[in-house]
Write a protein that binds this ligand. Structure first.
Ligand code: FES
Ligand SMILES: [Fe+2]
Length: 403
C-alpha cells in the first residue's frame, strides 16, 4: 500500500448463523435482454477523443459540481441493514455536507441536514446510533424529532415566534433500493424519483443480484488525495487491467469481448469470464452467470458484480482533490453448518482476498496521480475508443454544471 493513501478503518459483520437460508442465490438473466452475444453491439460509435484535465483540479468547477451535481443526484448513504430498528441512525459526510438518516417507527426513512437551525453546529454528534426518540443540539439544547422537526427550544419566549414556528432541520430526499440507502440533497420536493434516476436497464439487470438479500461482509475506507472523478474514471475502463493488475492473457483476451452500454446518465459493462468465451456465439449467453457485470450510477456509485459476490465502489468527494473512497463487499447469507454454504463462503472469501489485492493496485496508481495532479504538463487526456465512458461521463458532468 502506498504511503499517501491510508486504510483508516475496516469493520466486519458476521455471517448470520441460522437455519432460514441454506441456498445461496444465483443471479440468472431470465427474460432480460442479451448484453453479450452475436446480436449485441459491443461498443457505441463514439471513437477516440481528447479531454481537458483541468476538471480534476479547478476549485471553481468543484463548487459548481457541489451545487449542481452532488447536490442534485442520488448517492449512497449506507446499507439498509445499518438502520434496522426504529430510531436507528447513520450519518453521511462529504463535499462539506452533513446528513443524518433515521429509521422511523413505520419502517420508512427520514433524512435531514445535520445542521442546527439556531446557529449551525451538527445536531447529532455520533456517526451512528440506535433507538433515538429525539436529537438535542449540544450547544443550547434545541430539540428535534427523528424527522428533523424542531420540537423544543429552551427559553423559547425570547425568540421571535415567526422565526421558530413550524421549522426543522432542512430535509433531504431519501430512498431504499437494492438494500442500499440513497440520498438526494435536492430535497423531497425536488429530487427526481430514485428509480427513474437508476433507470429500468440498471434496476432490472442489477436487480437480478438481489442485493437487498445480501449482507455486508466488509467495508474498507481510504483517504485519497485526488479528485473523485479520477477514481470513477478508473472504473469506467478496463484497458488498465493488463498492465496495472497483471491480468493473465486469457483475461486480457476476454476483455476484448466486453460490451459497453450507455443508459441515460449511467453505464453498464459486461466482461465475459474467460471460461465462457465459447458460449458467446449464442444470444442465449447468460451474462449474470458467466460474466462480471459492472454498473455505474452517475455521479459516483459503481457496482462490480461477480455471480457469487459483489463490490461497491464509492468515491465520496471531500474537496476538489481529496476523496474518501469506500469499497463495500457484499455476500449472500447462509448457514455455516451447511456444507454447501461453507464451501460457497470459503471460495468467495478466497476470491475477495484476491480482489482486495486488485483494489490495492488501483489505489497505488492514485499515488502516482497525486504527484502529478497539479503539474503544468498535465493538461489533457488522450482516450481510446474503449475509454469512451470516461469521455461521456465528463461530457455529462459538463452538461449538468452548465444547466
Ligand atoms: S446552536 Fe444548536 S441549540 Fe444553539
Ligand atoms: Fe482496476
Amino acid at each position: 500500500m502506498v504511503v499517501a493513501v491510508v486504510a483508516t478503518s475496516v469493520f466486519l459483520v458476521e455471517i448470520e448463523q441460522g437455519n432460514e437460508v441454506t441456498v445461496v442465490h444465483i443471479p440468472v438473466r431470465g427474460e432480460l435482454p442479451a448484453r453479450l452475444g452475436p446480436s449485441v453491439k459491443a461498443l457505441p460509435e463514439y471513437g477516440p477523443s481528447v479531454m481537458d484535465a483541468s476538471v480534476y483540479r479547478d476549485p471553481t468547477r468543484f463548487e459548481l459540481e457541489r451545487e449542481r451535481v452532488l447536490g442534485r443526484h442520488w448517492m449512497l448513504a449506507g446499507r439498509s441493514e445499518q438502520v434496522q430498528g426504529s430510531g436507528d441512525w447513520i450519518t453521511y459526510e462529504g463535499h462539506d455536507e452533513c446528513i443524518v438518516v433515521v429509521r422511523q417507527a413505520d419502517e420508512s426513512l427520514s433524512a435531514f441536514h445535520n445542521v442546527c437551525r439556531h446557529r449551525g453546529p451538527a445536531i447529532v454528534a455520533e456517526k451512528t446510533g440506535c433507538g433515538a426518540r429525539r436529537f438535542s443540539c449540544p450547544y443550547h439544547g434545541w430539540v428535534y424529532d427523528t424527522k428533523g422537526k424542531l420540537v423544543g427550544i429552551p427559553e423559547r419566549e425570547d425568540f421571535g415566534n415567526d422565526h421558530v414556528t413550524d421549522i426543522g432541520a432542512i430535509p433531504v430526499a431519501v430512498g431504499e433500493w437494492g438494500g442500499w440507502i440513497w440520498i438526494n440533497l435536492a430535497g423531497p420536493d425536488k429530487a427526481v424519483p430514485l428509480l427513474e434516476s437508476i433507470g429500468p436497464d440498471i434496476s432490472n439487470d442489477l436487480g437480478a443480484f438481489k442485493m437487498e438479500d445480501m449482507i455486508l461482509h466488509e467495508v474498507i475506507e481510504w483517504d485519497v488525495p485526488i479528485n473523485y472523478k479520477a477514481i470513477v474514471d478508473g472504473f469506467n475502463e478496463i484497458y488498465h487491467v493488463t498492465e496495472l493488475h497483471h491480468s493473465p492473457p486469457e483475461f486480457t483476451k476476454a476483455t476484448r469481448f466486453a460490451s459497453f452500454h450507455v443508459t441515460g446518465d449511467n453505464f453498464m459493462c459486461f466482461v465475459p469470464r474467460p471460461v465462457s468465451l465459447d458460449e458467446l456465439s449464442s444470444d442465449s449467453y447468460d451474462h449474470h452467470r458467466n460474466s462480471i457485470c459492472h454498473y455505474v450510477v452517475f455521479p459516483n456509485t459503481v457496482f462490480n458484480c461477480n455471480p457469487e459476490h459483489l463490490q461497491v465502489f464509492q468515491p465520496i468527494p471531500l474537496g476538489v482533490d481529496r476523496t474518501k473512497f469506500l469499497c463495500w463487499e457484499l455476500i449472500y447469507p447462509g448457514d455455516m453448518n451447511d456444507p454447501e454454504y461453507a464451501s460457497y463462503y470459503k471460495k468467495t472469501m478466497a476470491h475477495w482476498e484476491v480482489l482486495k489485492g486488485v483494489v490495492g493496485e488501483d489505489i497505488s496508481i492514485y499515488d502516482q496521480m497525486t504527484r502529478t495532479k497539479k503539474s503544468s504538463a498535465f493538461n489533457e487526456q488522450i482516450l481510446s475508443e474503449r475509454e469512451f465512458k470516461i469521455a461521456m461521463y465528463h461530457e455529462n458532468m459538463d452538461r449538468k454544471i452548465r444547466d
